[in-house]
Design a protein around this ligand. Structure first.
Ligand code: FAD
Ligand code: FES
Length: 260
């Protein structure tokens, strides 16, 4: 983990309210695992006190990419940073997705900006299928470091403007029904309601799954206990324990998450 002042290489709009930011750091690039994130400090003042957690989208040579969606003040201010601007970044943080062993096909299930971490997973593993769900087609980040036009990519839009009309979990389950559940593993990132459904599908077909959970974070390094989630643990009296999303996660096994 490093604390660096990074210099922005590019910060460009790639879809509705969605931007791709890149910078060069050979030290960070060497350390990053797929599914890890950075905590970045955007702006000054009371509106921007906390750092923002943003997943690492991709790493190409020494260049690190992040895909982000405008939500509130921090991400809105981030869009104003141009090439050459300086920003403080802490990371890489978090555990990352597990290393894939053997011949398993990885089913990547992304909801909206939850697509963020997957190009780096794909760069390390060609045996994948990507299921990418958004509300409407102008939210699809088609052309970042990864080009979506590819027969391993399946898109779902809620309004039917592109791909399957409906939810991304529909096309995930259809694929499993058609191709069987053998030798498959699921990685997912997106809204909690979607990941809960992904975990149910994974349990139904007995497929191992890993979910990247989102939680409000203050410190990002395990010091403030501000980001806890209930995770099953049969050795505890209650059958569960609180785990820190920033340090123990953000990625947890789908069958261990307790949804509230
Ligand atoms: C592990 C992890 C990875 C993430 N990866 C991405 C990504 O790749 N791309 C992306 O666009 N977004 C990602 N997010 C969500 C992103 O952090 C929030 O959208 C962002 O912090 C919103 O900040 P804001 O100031 O624009 O909004 P505001 O709502 O004004 O946020 C105020 C503060 O609350 C905190 N906060 C707000 N929303 C969240 C949230 N959902 N999760 C955690 N903290 C939050 C931030 O610290 C922020 O400073 C990720 C979140 C987590 C936990
Ligand atoms: S954000 Fe402080 S412990 Fe996780």
């Amino acid at each position: 983990m490093r604390l660096e002042d990074i210099i922005i290489k590019e910060n460009k709009k790639v879809a509705h309210d969605t931007y791709l930011l890149s910078f060069v750091s050979s030290d960070m690039a060497k350390e990053i695992l797929p599914g890890q994130f950075l905590e970045i400090k955007v702006g000054e003042g009371l509106n921007n006190l906390l750092r923002l957690p943003i997943s690492i989208h991709d790493v190409i040579d020494d260049t690190i990419y992040m895909l982000y969606k405008v939500i509130g003040n921090g991400t809105k201010d981030l869009t104003e940073y141009k090439t050459g601007a300086k920003i403080s970044a802490l990371g890489p943080l978090g555990n990352g997705f597990p290393k894939l062993e053997g011949e398993k096909e990885v089913l990547l299930v992304a909801g909206g900006i939850g697509y963020g971490p997957f190009p780096l997973v794909i760069r390390n593993n060609n045996n994948y299928k990507l299921f990418y769900g958004v509300s409407t087609k102008n939210e699809i980040a088609k052309d970042t470091t990864f080009k979506l036009e590819n027969d391993k990519v399946n898109v779902a839009t809620v309004d039917g403007s592109e791909g399957h009309k409906g939810f991304v979990t529909d096309i995930l389950e259809e694929y499993i029904l058609k191709n069987g559940e053998k030798d498959k593993i699921i990685f997912s990132c997106g809204p909690e309601i979607m990941m809960k459904k992904v975990a149910q599908i994974a349990n139904k077909y007995n497929i191992e799954s890993y979910l990247s959970l989102e939680e409000y974070m203050a410190c990002g390094i395990g010091a403030c206990v501000g980001c806890v989630k209930k995770i099953k643990n049969s050795e505890k009296k209650e059958g569960w324990e609180y785990k820190k999303v920033c340090k123990d996660g953000p990625i947890f096994k789908g069958d261990e998450v307790i949804w509230e």
